[in-house]
Design a protein around this ligand. Structure first.
Ligand code: SAH
Length: 258
């Protein structure tokens, strides 16, 4: 296979759930499955680039071990996470996309020994994503959101109210809970007023990538508002909207990155 990029190291593409990555796996022409540590790693090429695509499964531990394997065993030189998240920032709506500029673990609390949310022995609570990689992904996401009907179809646009989806950049909170009550969502907003979205994996991957000095970026499509209706239409939204956004955004990114 002809590579059009000087780097031979594969790109790690990660999602939590099968539905989030299904279309990408279908699009890889030569994917080969390697099973390791209870995960399927899909090695192959996409848009002429070597990639390793993997489903982490759900939660911080699963995400951390998967990221470590991507780095240690498959030699990826960067990791891009795509998936869904609950919107908690006021202006963050279903169908919008959040690009994380940093992650925090909302359920990390070793107080009073350490400040709330601080990861013990790291001296900080926030783990930043890579600015250059994130800028590339922002461009791709803007491109897709400007032509959303072409990617998900008019029916989904009307059904899910995707008339004017927006890209937001900011803090994303991760924790081992599916936040699905308005009370919990409000508590999270109070504890972390600048957080735009909540999910269950990103902060773990960000910490592993910080440990290894590897660039990391994450795009999350908002599937719910982390409130009492969070579970409604969740799977259908991922299949009909989020997985198509992810495929289109990753595809646009790799094309733009030429
Ligand atoms: N109903 C699903 C459960 C998915 S858990 C099932 O049965 O498989 C939620 C997944 O989507 C996690 O990977 C998490 O990262 C993301 N997510 C979406 N909305 C979320 C929310 N409101 N709170 C926490 N995680 C959320």
């Amino acid at each position: 296979m002809q590579l059009n990029h000087p780097s031979q190291a594969p790109i790690g593409l990660m999602s939590a759930m099968h539905e989030e990555l299904a279309l990408l796996l279908q699009a890889m022409p030569d994917e080969q499955r390697v099973r390791l540590g209870g995960r399927d790693f899909w090695l192959g090429h996409w848009q002429g680039r070597p990639v390793v695509a993997v489903l982490s499964r759900i939660g911080k531990v699963a995400a951390a071990t998967t990221a470590t394997a991507l780095i240690e065993r498959f030699g990826v030189d960067r990791i891009v996470f795509t998936g869904v998240a609950g919107g908690i920032g006021d202006a963050v709506r279903v169908g919008d996309v959040v690009l994380a500029d940093a992650f925090v673990q909302h359920d990390m609390d070793a107080s009073p020994l350490f400040a709330r949310h601080e990861v013990p022995l790291y001296g900080r609570s926030r783990f930043a994503t890579d600015p250059a990689l994130s800028r590339e992904l922002a461009g791709a996401a803007q491109q897709v959101l400007a032509t959303v009907a072409a990617h998900v179809g008019e029916v989904a646009v009307n059904q899910f109210g995707l008339q004017a989806p927006r890209l937001h950049t900011g803090l994303v909170a991760s924790g081992d809970r599916f936040v699905s009550t308005s009370a919990e969502s409000r508590a999270l907003q109070q504890a972390l007023p600048e957080a735009l979205a909540v999910e269950m994996e990103g902060a773990a991957v960000a910490q592993v990538c910080a440990d290894y000095g590897l660039p990391f970026a994450a795009l999350r499509t908002i599937s719910d508002r982390a409130d009492d209706d969070a579970h409604a239409d969740f799977s259908r939204f991922i299949q009909e909207v989020a997985s198509r956004y992810s495929l289109a955004m990753l595809s646009a990114w790799l094309k733009n990155a030429g």
